[in-house]
Design a protein around this ligand. Structure first.
Ligand SMILES: [Mn+2]
Length: 608
C-alpha cells in the first residue's frame, strides 16, 4: 500500500547554524550590475532585457530603424574575464600525499572489509584518509584553461540535500566548493539534511562553523530528494541555484562555465560534465564518452547517445544541447525555476524528476546545455545503503511524468511497463494546468526537434524479432534454458511446454529471454572467444559479444567465430562446422523476411 507523504516544506525546521553572510563591498557592487539580478528584480518588460546583445529586443529594433547604432542601447558592452584562480591552481599542482591529484588510494588488510562500504556504498575508510582539501589534476579540455567568461556573472546558492551521508565525503564536497568557487560568485551553500539518523551531526556542525556561507537545515521527517531540493530553493537568495549531490568534488574553475550560458539566456539550464570518483579507491576518473548527450529508453531508463553531427560544436569546450539532464547536478536561474513551477509537487521521494524538469524546460520555451569546461566528480555508489520509504520504486513518479508530459507517446512507455497502467498517480490537475498556463509545446515537438535521433537508438515500436520461442538443439532435443540471473552460465534442458524457455532474436540481433520483443528482459546471451560457455549479461545494445546470427540452422557468434552446440548435455561454443548436424538449432517461430534482412550481412550487424 502506498502511503502518501504529506509535503512538509515549511513544517518545523531547525536552523542549526545561524547563517552569517559576509557582505564584501566588491561583491555588492557586482550584484548591483549583473544581468540576472536586473531581470530578477524588475517585473514585466524589464525581465526580457538581455543587455548582452539580444537583437530581438524591441528597443534595439527601434534604434536600428531610426538609423542609430544598436550598440548605444546596450547598457554597456560585456566585459570578459579569466576566472581561473591561477595562484590556487599553482598551489594545488604542488600538493603531494594520499589521494592528492585525484590519485587512487589502496588500503590493505582489515580495511578492505565489507564494513567499509556498508553504511555508504563507497569505502568511507579511504575517504577518511584523504585530505578534505585534496587536489585534483586538471583534466579539462586544453581550451577550457584559457577560456574567458563574462566578468559580470550572477551569484549562486548551492543546494545540497543529503541523507545519512558520510561525514568526510560531505565535508569534502563543501571544501571543494569553498576552494574552487570564486568568492564573489558563491553566495551561500544550503545543506538540507533529510532526516538523517546517524549521530554524527554534532561533528558536522562544528566542522561547518568555519564556513560562514554554509547554512544547514534539517527535515524533521524524511521528505526525499525532490522536496528537499525545493525546500533549499525556497531559502536561496542567489540569482542562480545550483543543485548538487552530497558526495562530489567540484574541479578547477567549475562555476563560470555553468553561469555564462545563463547570463546569455536566462531560460537555459546548464549541467556540468560528471566525472567518476571511484567508490573503492577515490581515484578521480574522466567520464567515458565525452561526445554523448542525455536520453532515455521507453521504459524511462536514463541513457546517453552520441551527439548528432549537426548539434556538435566545433570547439569541444563549447556547451552543447542536452535533451535530458542526468538529474543530480545542474544550474538554473532561481526565478526561472519558479516560473516553470520548480518540480511537480506530487513527485515522491526519488525518480523521474529529471524527466519532469527536462521535458518541461524544453517544451515550455527553455533549453538544457551541457558545459564541458565545468567538471564535477561524483561517487557512484556500489549500492544504495539506505531504505527508501514507500518502497514502490519510481513508477508512481514515471506515471505522473508520462501522463502530464508525454501525450500519445505515453503509450510506448505503458507497453513496456504494463503494470504502471493500473497505478493511481494521484491528482494531476495542478501539473496539467501548469503545462497549459506555460503554453508548452507537445511531446511530439520535443521528440522531433530536440531529440530526433532517439528513435534510431530506441524505437518506440520495436521492429519484429527474426526468430522467437524455444530454441532447440536438433540432435540432443534439448532447449536453451535462459538463466535470467545476470552473470550465470546458460544451460540446455528438456524442452518445456510453458514459455519459460522463450527467447527472442531481437532487432538488435541479440538473444534475450521473453515472449514478445517488448516484453523481453534486458539480459542477453553473451559469449567470448576466450570461453566455451555462454553467459547472461546486461544487454549493451552494442553488438560485439552479444551479436548472434542464425544461418542455415546454425547459431553463429561472429565476434568469436564460433557456433553453439551441445556435447554431453552441456551447451558449448565451438569452432563452426558448416553442414554439421551437431550444430543445428531450430527456433519455434521464424520471421523469414526479417531473418533475411539480418543475414544480408553475414558477420556484422545488418544496420551498420
Ligand atoms: Mn549520488
Amino acid at each position: 500500500m502506498k502511503v502518501k507523504v504529506r509535503p512538509l516544506l515549511f513544517g518545523a525546521c531547525f536552523v542549526l547554524l545561524p547563517f552569517v553572510y559576509k557582505k564584501a563591498i566588491g561583491e555588492n557592487a557586482s550584484i548591483a550590475q549583473h544581468p540576472i539580478r536586473d531581470s530578477v528584480n524588475s517585473k514585466g518588460s524589464q525581465s526580457q532585457i538581455n543587455f548582452h546583445g539580444d537583437l530581438a529586443h524591441p528597443q534595439m529594433h527601434a534604434g536600428a530603424i531610426l538609423g542609430q547604432q544598436v550598440v548605444k542601447h546596450r547598457k554597456r558592452e560585456p566585459m570578459w574575464k579569466d576566472w581561473n584562480d591561477h595562484e590556487f591552481i599553482r598551489r594545488e599542482a604542488a600538493r603531494t600525499g594520499l589521494g592528492e591529484q585525484g590519485k587512487p588510494v589502496t588500503l590493505f588488510g582489515h580495511e578492505k572489509l565489507h564494513s567499509a562500504y556498508k553504511d555508504n556504498g563507497f569505502n568511507i575508510l579511504v575517504s577518511d584518509r584523504i585530505s578534505l582539501d585534496r587536489s585534483l589534476h586538471d583534466i579539462r579540455h586544453a581550451s577550457c584553461k584559457s577560456k574567458k567568461y563574462y566578468s559580470d556573472l550572477p551569484d549562486v546558492s548551492v543546494i545540497i540535500p543529503f541523507h545519512n551521508e558520510g561525514l568526510s565525503t560531505l565535508l569534502r564536497t563543501i571544501h571543494s566548493l569553498h576552494n574552487r568557487s570564486p568568492e564573489s560568485l558563491l553566495k551561500e551553500i544550503v545543506l538540507v539534511d533529510d532526516a538523517s539518523s546517524r549521530p554524527l551531526y554534532k561533528e558536522l556542525e562544528s566542522s561547518l562553523a568555519k564556513f560562514p556561507k554554509v547554512k544547514l537545515i534539517r527535515n524533521p521527517t524524511r521528505q526525499g530528494l525532490i522536496r528537499s531540493r525545493v525546500r533549499g530553493v525556497h531559502l536561496a537568495k542567489g540569482g542562480v541555484v545550483v543543485i548538487l549531490d552530497s558526495h562530489v568534488e567540484v574541479s578547477t574553475n567549475w562555476l563560470p562555465p555553468l553561469l555564462h550560458p545563463i547570463s546569455l539566456d536566462r531560460k537555459t539550464v546548464v549541467c556540468p560534465m560528471i566525472d567518476i570518483i571511484d567508490n573503492e579507491n577515490f581515484q578521480y576518473v574522466t567520464q567515458p564518452g565525452d561526445a554523448m548527450r542525455g536520453a532515455f529508453d521507453w521504459e524511462l531508463y536514463y541513457k546517453r547517445i552520441p551527439i548528432p553531427n549537426e548539434k556538435r560544436p566545433k570547439d569541444p569546450s563549447e556547451p552543447f544541447e542536452s535533451p535530458v539532464m542526468a538529474g543530480g547536478l545542474f544550474a538554473i536561474e532561481r526565478n526561472y525555476f519558479y516560473e516553470i513551477g520548480l518540480y511537480d509537487e506530487g513527485l515522491e521521494i526519488w525518480g523521474g524528476e529529471q524527466y519532469e524538469l527536462s521535458f518541461k524546460v524544453w517544451m515550455c520555451g527553455g533549453r538544457i546545455l551541457d558545459s564541458p569546461c565545468s567538471r564535477i566528480g561524483h561517487i557512484y555508489r556500489k549500492f544504495v545503503p539506505y531504505t527508501i520509504p514507500n518502497n514502490g520504486g519510481p513508477n508512481y513518479n514515471y506515471k505522473r511524468v508520462a501522463e502530464v508530459w508525454m501525450d500519445e507517446y505515453a503509450e510506448f512507455f505503458y507497453r513496456r511497463r504494463p503494470y504502471v497502467r493500473k497505478i493511481d498517480a494521484g491528482d494531476l490537475s495542478k501539473a496539467k494546468a501548469l503545462r497549459k498556463e506555460l503554453k508548452c509545446k507537445s511531446f511530439d515537438w520535443y521528440i522531433k526537434n530536440v531529440i530526433p535521433d532517439l528513435v534510431q537508438y530506441y524505437p518506440p515500436i520495436l521492429p519484429p524479432s527474426a526468430a522467437w520461442g524455444r530454441l532447440k538443439h536438433v540432435v540432443s532435443n534439448l532447449c536453451i534454458d535462459p538463466q535470467v540471473k545476470k552473470g550465470s552460465q546458460v544451460v540446455v534442458s528438456q524442452c518445456k511446454r510453458t514459455h519459460s524457455q522463450d527467447l527472442q532474436l531481437t532487432w538488435r540481433e541479440d538473444i534475450r529471454p521473453g515472449q514478445t520483443p517488448e516484453g523481453a528482459v534486458r539480459t542477453c546471451l553473451d559469449a567470448s572467444y576466450r570461453s566455451k560457455s555462454i553467459l547472461t549479461w546486461d544487454c549493451h545494445n552494442q553488438h560485439g559479444n552479444q551479436l548472434w546470427k542464425y544461418f542455415e540452422k546454425q547459431l553463429i557468434h561472429p565476434s568469436s567465430k564460433k557456433c553453439a552446440t551441445v556435447a554431453s548435455g552441456a551447451l558449448l561454443m565451438m569452432p563452426c562446422s558448416p553442414g554439421d548436424r551437431l550444430f543445428e538449432w531450430e527456433w519455434e517461430h521464424i520471421n523469414s523476411t526479417q531473418l533475411e534482412t539480418f543475414n544480408s550481412k553475414p558477420s556484422a550487424p545488418y544496420n551498420t
